[in-house]
Design a protein around this ligand. Structure first.
Ligand SMILES: Nc1ncnc2c1ncn2[C@@H]1O[C@H](COP(=O)(O)OP(=O)(O)OP(=O)(O)O)[C@@H](O)[C@H]1O
Length: 258
């Protein structure tokens, strides 16, 4: 669905990403992990055309990303950025309605089809009771849910979520990731998730891409990435890899150093 080949990105004099090659397959959940500053957000920005690489290619459904009009791209792909939604004085419903922009522009009235998509996104994200509240009256976690509702109202084929669980308590973290999973089941959508929590990444992703200093150190199955020596080298910690007793997936336990 998305193919990135030999892609490199410079910003000013700085090499941010180098020789990135990987594929996101239709219907899968791909996790991007790696230490702070390793290039995960920059990679998501390239995948969503917010940053233009200076070498290599990025294609979506076989066509260069650059060949899509903004509206066509927004119908295919929705992005929830790390920054989330600002606490603006607009209602939750108005914010979610912005997700319909690619179908009619900002200044046209919502059609019945738009209203249906907005309502579905509000229900799916459990935001219906908050529909008339202002964003500025919501908690950070609730605003995060609004950002995701907005991206779902967009009815994309691919959702790119950059650290969707940052600042959220464990209940909200699981809630957000379950939401994405349910959306995928219902729509056969594709998801790319940047996650810091490796245990959640192992539970919710089909495959992982591990980044380090602007490069992909390894990409592969959960078992191939959740490997003690590899994670120790990349993160500089001493992880103990154990098997989750119910899910039978690798999970890590960390040891304090002194
Ligand atoms: N606009 C910019 N100008 C210069 N350097 C930048 C710019 N944006 C990002 N960088 C640098 O690129 C590198 C990768 O940043 P990026 O935000 O992609 O990393 P990340 O893996 O998402 O980090 P984090 O986990 O901390 O969010 C960092 O060293 C960062 O300082």
């Amino acid at each position: 669905m998305i193919q990135i080949t030999d892609m490199s990105l410079r910003i000013g004099q700085r090499q941010i990403l180098s020789n990135i090659t990987f594929e996101v397959k239709k219907g899968e959940t791909l996790g991007i992990i790696g230490p702070n500053g390793s290039g995960k957000s920059s990679l998501v920005k390239v995948m969503s055309r917010l940053l233009i690489p200076d070498a290599g290619s990025v294609t979506l459904d076989g066509k260069p990303l650059g060949s899509y009009s903004s509206k066509m791209l927004a119908r295919k792909m929705a992005v929830v950025s790390q920054e989330g939604l600002a606490p603006l004085p607009i209602t939750v419903e108005e914010a979610v309605a912005m997700g319909r922009y690619p179908y009619h522009g900002f200044f046209r009235r919502n059609t019945a089809r738009d209203a249906e998509a907005i309502q579905r996104a509000l229900v799916r994200t459990g935001l219906e009771p908050l529909a008339c509240k202002l964003l500025e009256q919501l908690s950070g976690g609730e605003r995060q849910r609004v950002a995701i509702a907005c991206s779902m109202a967009q009815e994309p084929e691919v959702l790119l979520l950059d650290e969707p669980t940052t600042y959220l308590d464990i209940g909200y973290q699981i809630g957000i990731l379950n939401l994405v999973r349910e959306w995928q089941r219902e729509t056969e959508g594709t998801a790319v998730l940047v996650l810091h929590d490796l245990n959640l990444a192992a539970q919710y992703c089909d495959r992982l891409v591990l980044m380090e200093s602007g490069n992909i150190t390894r990409s592969g199955t959960i078992e191939e990435i959740m490997e003690a020596k590899l994670l120790a080298d990349v993160y500089g910690v001493k992880p103990l890899v154990v098997t989750h007793p119910n899910l039978l997936l690798p999970q890590i336990l960390l040891e304090r150093s002194s």
